[in-house]
Design a protein around this ligand. Structure first.
Ligand code: HEM
Length: 267
């Protein structure tokens, strides 16, 4: 943090551009690493570029023009000379590297009783099922898939949210001042903790406004209906095989629900 602040200060002083977004990226990668392993990147134990490469190749494959083709004609992912083959290979290789850097590296160092992060939790659960004689319920492939899910769920979403927040703040000195005042009043010199959060209503509303205005995941993930659901005046019956995909962009910008949904005004 202090390195970033010094770099920003020096940049402003000398009229130079500072690559602030790459700094934010470093922090978010670090957070994901802590979540997975309890270690910070400074310890150099885990290769964080594998997270970046994996999410990047996944992002490319999920572009609508790529995903539609690959979903409809999966064999295109193996067809020589087409970009789909390269996309498929990038994803496979980056997933392999992510597994090497996190799954195998953590598994090689786990000891009974250790609980260093999310991956240890998964490996401990796997070990328990193994002891109970049902290893097939949680095989390595399932653990790797869960690591991938968390990496994908946590990294790009958090990074884009924080970047969006700073873009808004750049234009609003008044909001920066109010957040700063709340930090001084509530947190002061102590390390920030979750219990501070309820006492910081303005900062909370800035976070919520950022999430609402940017609607970073415009479509939620698809859901299948397992039991009858009453939604407004509609009943969505169980067993229809319906796949629901909610349009969050639409809901978060509904003019009849939100006051002025197209401007940034936390309150
Ligand atoms: C600002 C940051 C984040 C945003 C905007 C975000 C957004 C979302 C959205 C829209 C969904 C789909 C919800 C649904 O349709 O039911 C989702 C699901 C999920 N998110 Fe996040 N997320 C964020 C941070 C995180 C973090 C930090 C983690 C991991 C620690 C995470 C892990 C997951 C997982 C595992 C799911 C799937 C849950 C399920 O199985 O239904 N997300 N997230």
């Amino acid at each position: 943090m202090s390195e970033t602040l010094n770099e920003l200060k020096a940049g402003f002083k000398n009229g130079k551009n500072v690559k602030f977004s790459s700094q934010i990226k470093g922090y978010v990668l670090n957070l994901v690493c802590v979540l997975l392993t309890e270690n910070t990147s400074e310890q150099g134990l885990y290769d964080l570029t594998t997270i970046e490469d994996f999410t990047k190749s996944l992002d490319e494959i999920f572009l609508i023009e790529n995903e539609t083709f690959l979903h409809t004609f999966p064999f295109l992912g193996f067809a020589p000379g087409l970009k789909f083959k390269a996309l498929h290979e990038n994803l496979t290789n980056s997933a392999h590297n992510l597994h090497e850097a996190f799954f195998y590296a953590v598994k090689a160092t786990i000891k009974p009783g250790l609980q260093r992060g999310f991956i240890d939790d998964l490996l401990n659960a796997q070990h328990e099922l193994d002891q109970e004689g049902c290893p097939q319920l949680f095989e390595d492939e399932a653990v790797k898939a869960m690591i991938q899910n968390v990496v994908v769920g946590a990294y790009l979403t958090t990074l884009s949210t924080v970047e969006t927040l700073f873009l808004h703040l750049l234009h609003r000195q008044d909001i920066q001042d109010r957040i700063f005042q709340e930090i001084v009043d509530v947190i002061g010199e102590s390390p920030p903790r979750l219990h501070h959060r309820p006492s910081m209503p303005f900062t909370e509303s800035v976070i919520l406004e950022t999430l609402c205005l940017s609607a970073l995941a415009p479509f939620y993930v698809p859901h299948r209906i397992r039991e009858d659901v009453l939604f407004d005046e509609y009943v969505i019956p169980k067993g229809t095989g319906t796949v629901l995909q909610m349009n969050s962009w639409f809901n978060l910008h509904l003019e009849k629900r939100w006051i002025d949904p197209w401007t940034f005004h936390p309150s």
